[in-house]
Design a protein around this ligand. Structure first.
Ligand SMILES: [Zn+2]
Ligand SMILES: [Zn+2]
Length: 280
């Protein structure tokens, strides 16, 4: 099984990522895709992928950082770079390894987080568009982050349809309503679900439950992800999430859909290999 979206490249795992990876493999999660949210974490995802056969990287800049394009940690004196600089560096990182399998997590986010507020929508859109162009040049699929910005994201994707690959990629940590789900599937995207499908009730601002979205998404369009260290599934909620819990998410999807766990595993694996070029 593959965890198609997590962040072992983040500080939360710096002391024990090796054990976390071993635990995942023992649990049956044999392949892990780490995702960058800035240049430094993208670079780190690539480094980790070079150290482990079963790790891959997705590189990109999250919409939260659209207004503060940061350079690598090694150049703190230049922490603000132009978008051009910044796309140049991202391209270098993306081209530096064949284990970079997509551009992400990219997209738009209109949710007001306590720590972040809402990032300038114009900057978000420009950053998103530039990264779609980069993915097109490198022939890589997209891994999209959306929170309360489905309308804007669909606008951007529809305006850039000619830059999307045959299999355009996936929306990670899916949320929204059934009409939005349909438009996403119609564009050819796959859909990732996380541990928050085990949470009771609706997330703030949502009107369709995640189990209802799981039910409405055909199994041949679903991929499994943890978004570790975030979104820990029940009954571990409150502690750090880790890729081994992808098994729990698959079990819950099997329950919701009323199909065998083994079918969820084999079909989502197949889907993952359709989207991404993985060796394992
Ligand atoms: Zn995200
Ligand atoms: Zn993430």
């Amino acid at each position: 099984m593959v965890d198609v979206h997590c962040h072992l490249n983040f500080k939360a795992f710096e002391n024990d990522y090796d054990e976390v990876i071993k635990r995942a493999v023992e649990a049956g999660v044999d392949t892990i895709i780490n995702v960058g949210t800035k240049l430094d974490t993208s670079q780190r995802a690539v480094e980790m992928a070079s150290q482990y056969d079963n790790l891959y990287a997705i590189v990109g800049v999250h919409p939260h950082h659209a207004d503060k394009v940061t350079l690598e940690k090694s150049h703190p004196e230049q922490s603000e770079g132009s978008l051009d600089d910044w796309m140049k560096q991202l391209k270098q990182i993306a081209k530096s390894s064949t284990k970079v399998v997509a551009i992400g997590e990219i997209g738009m986010d209109n949710y007001r987080y306590q720590s972040n507020g809402i990032t300038d929508p114009k900057a978000q859109r420009e950053l998103f568009e530039r990264q779609i162009e980069l993915a097109y040049k490198l022939k890589l699929p997209l891994q999209i982050h959306n929170r309360h910005a489905g309308k804007e994201i669909l606008e951007v994707l529809n305006a850039h349809k000619n830059l999307l690959m045959n299999i355009p990629g996936m929306f990670h940590c899916f949320s929204g309503n059934l009409a939005f789900l349909k438009r996403v599937l119609d564009l050819g995207f796959y859909v990732g679900f996380d541990g928050n499908i085990t949470y009771k009730g609706l997330a703030p601002g949502e009107d369709t439950s995640l189990p209802d979205l799981v039910k409405a998404t055909p199994i041949d369009k679903i991929v499994i992800e943890t978004d570790s260290p975030y979104l820990t599934p029940e009954p571990h909620r409150g502690s750090r999430n880790e890729p081994s819990y992808a098994i729990i998410i698959s079990r819950v999807i099997a329950q919701i859909k009323g199909i065998p766990f083994e079918e969820v595993v084999s079909q989502t694996n197949k889907n993952t290999h359709t989207i991404f070029r993985l060796n394992s």
